[in-house]
Design a protein. Structure first.
Length: 122
């Protein structure tokens, strides 16, 4: 889709990049709330979410960062049909963090919806 205002394209791209980083982290943590997941299955489930559009090249570094932060942990499971699979699950800290992040995101979304009701959307 062509940009509405061509000179704003770099600013818009920068903004969307920043928004996606935090949003993707929130999506990954939420995807792991119910149960642990194999990395590739996590990619497939997140690709199915509109607006997320994650790739393996984006997801695995994020999973590594979340693990280093103590929010998730991983374990290897041997496979008879190929290499061992790495499964990821939330830690207690991860569960607490995703709860706080969800509440904060809900508050931000509510605030944005309120602001948008003040005027007309472009």
């Amino acid at each position: 889709m062509p940009p509405l205002v061509p000179e704003l394209t770099p600013s818009f791209e920068s903004w969307t990049s920043q928004v996606r980083k935090g949003f993707l982290e929130l999506c990954v943590l939420n995807a792991l709330v119910a149960a642990e997941q194999y990395g590739y299955d996590l990619v497939k489930s997140l690709v199915a979410v509109p607006g997320v559009g994650v790739t393996e090249g984006t997801l695995y570094p994020l999973l590594s960062r979340l693990r280093l932060q103590g929010l998730i942990e991983s374990r290897l499971v041997e496979s008879t049909g190929g290499p061992a699979r790495k499964y990821y699950r939330l830690t207690q800290s991860g569960r607490a963090m995703v709860g706080m992040m969800n509440r904060y995101f809900d508050d931000m979304l509510s605030g944005l919806q309120s602001l948008r009701s003040w005027g007309t959307e472009i």
